[in-house]
Each structure stands twice: as C-alpha cells, then as structure tokens.
Design a protein around this ligand. Sequence first.
Ligand code: AVJ
Length: 320
Amino acid sequence: MTISPTSQLNAFAQDVLDGLSRPVRQLSSKWFYDEQGTRLFKDIMRCPEYYLTEAESRIYRQCVPNLLDALNAPAFDLIELGAGDGTKTQILIEQFLTAGVQFSYRPIDLSETALSELGTLIKLRWPTLDFNPIQADYFEALDRLGAATGGRPRLVLFPGANIGNFSPSEAVGTLKRLRSFLNPGDLLFTGFDLKKDPGVVLAAYNDVGGITAAFNLNLLARINRELEGDFALDCWRHWETYDPASGAARSFLLPVESQQVHLRALNRKFSFRAWEPIAVEISQKYNLREIEGMADAAGFTFLHHVSDDRQWFTNSLWRV
Ligand code: AVJ
C-alpha cells in the first residue's frame, strides 16, 4: 500500500505554502527525504562527525536480550517508525532470528526510495521473513495497521533520534498519540540523542565536507523540482545553532541577498530580505532524566535505558 503521489504532492505543497507564509518562515524537515535527500542522508550517516548512527548501532548489538526479556512472548510484531534504509535494524533482526522468536517486520517511512532499497535487502538476506513496508506518515500507517494483533505484543522501534525532529512538547504529544494506537503490554524502544559537548553536536550538523549543507539545500531544490520554484540555490547558506541549555540543535537556510521566489505550480511569489532565515530542522537533545519524565507525561511505564559507552546516545525502553 502506498499513498497516491498526488495526495503526497498536495500535502507537500500545502506545507510549503503555510510554512513560507509565516512571519518566521519555516519548512518541515519531514520533506527532506525525496530520492536525492535520502541519498544525502545516507552520506551524512557515513560522515565521521555524525556520531549518532554508530552509537545506536553499538546499542543494537547489545540490547536484544533486554528486549526479548521485556517482550516475554514467543511471537511479536516489529514496527519501525522512520525506518530509513534499515541498516541498523538488520542488526536486531539477525539476533531475533538467532534467538528463534517469531516476528513480522513492518517498517514505516515516508521515503519510497528508502523502503524499496530496504525491501531489496531484506528479500535477499531473509527471503522468508514476514516483511511488509508501509509508505506513509507514522500515524496514517499505524491507523492502517489497526488494533488487531492476534494477541501478539508489538515492539515499536522509533530509531535514530527521529523523535528529535519534534520540539519537546510536540514530542510528548506525538508519544501520547502513538500510545493511543498500542495495547497494554506493547513496547516502545526510542532512540534519543543525549546532551553533550556542544562542539560535538554542532560538528555533527555542520560537517566539514558540507554534506549536511547539501542535504538541507536539497529541500529548496525539491521545491524547485516539484513545485516549479526558482530558488537561486547559490544564494542560500546552511546555518546551524545549538543551545546547550534547551538541547535544541536548529538548522536554518539563509539567503545572502534579497530575492523573490516564484512557485509557478502554486502561482505564488515570496519575497525574502537578505539573511531572512527559513527554519528547517530541530534535532532535540535530552538527558536521561528528561526522557524518563517524557515517558511518564506520555502515559508509558519507563523500563530502562540502553546507552553507548560515551553516553552520547540512548535507546529507552517503555511499556504501555
Ligand atoms: C534522521 C532526524 C535523526 O536530526 O539527526 C541529520 C536528520 N539532519 N543531519 C537528525 C539529520 C541533519 C537526523 N534524524
């Protein structure tokens, strides 16, 4: 099942219109992941500065006994919110299979590119695995999955600090809503990036190779491609900030000179003053205590954290 391309295009167009019409312009980071954006994000994951992927992989190599213990069932459904190319998830799948538990795998992602690559990989490596990807928004997908699980508990993975793309209050709202789709006994295993040396965080979103800059600028390129825009890409710069008090890393796109942008497909023009920012992404960092508070605020029971040795990243296990 996939959403029809037109409804996705309309959602994108609507979001761009709304975001660019605000007093402080804003574009949602969820639109980063078209074909080029998906490729650029894979390059980010290989940047030496981008520590998150490796940290979570190390956690995935050691957490499976904890997960199986908490599940305490011979069979379960593995649901993944924002699966991407599933490289890390394969570490878990391998171990689940070795442990001899029965499970289905339902990765959810907005990126068609990521899901089709993931599908190719899974079918090659584990042809008999019960695998069924859903290309949609998290909640649209959960809605389609419905409540019936035949008594099998669900293990929901929310990996990669994807939750960091919400502000703390939006994150609690999202987690509450997520909980409303789950049954008592279901588990949620969420990746959170932790507060740390601000220099380390800033470098991760400001790599010297300029991959993150290209990734962010691709959003304007996507608007040019899909909405017939004429953003003068050479005039835009990537700017990253990190506030160690709130834990918010933020990305902005800034025009070095004033310009008018015409989105022909929408028949709309937008004027930008020089250096007038578009806010494009928040990557929120937390500490362990804040995460436990979020579990509580969202109505989950906190079980435990699995963190990497440096305490740079944690995956937190909660039960409904
Ligand atoms: C995929 C949301 C986890 O915020 O760290 C990486 C996306 N943006 N570099 C993050 C991202 C710039 C990433 N997440």
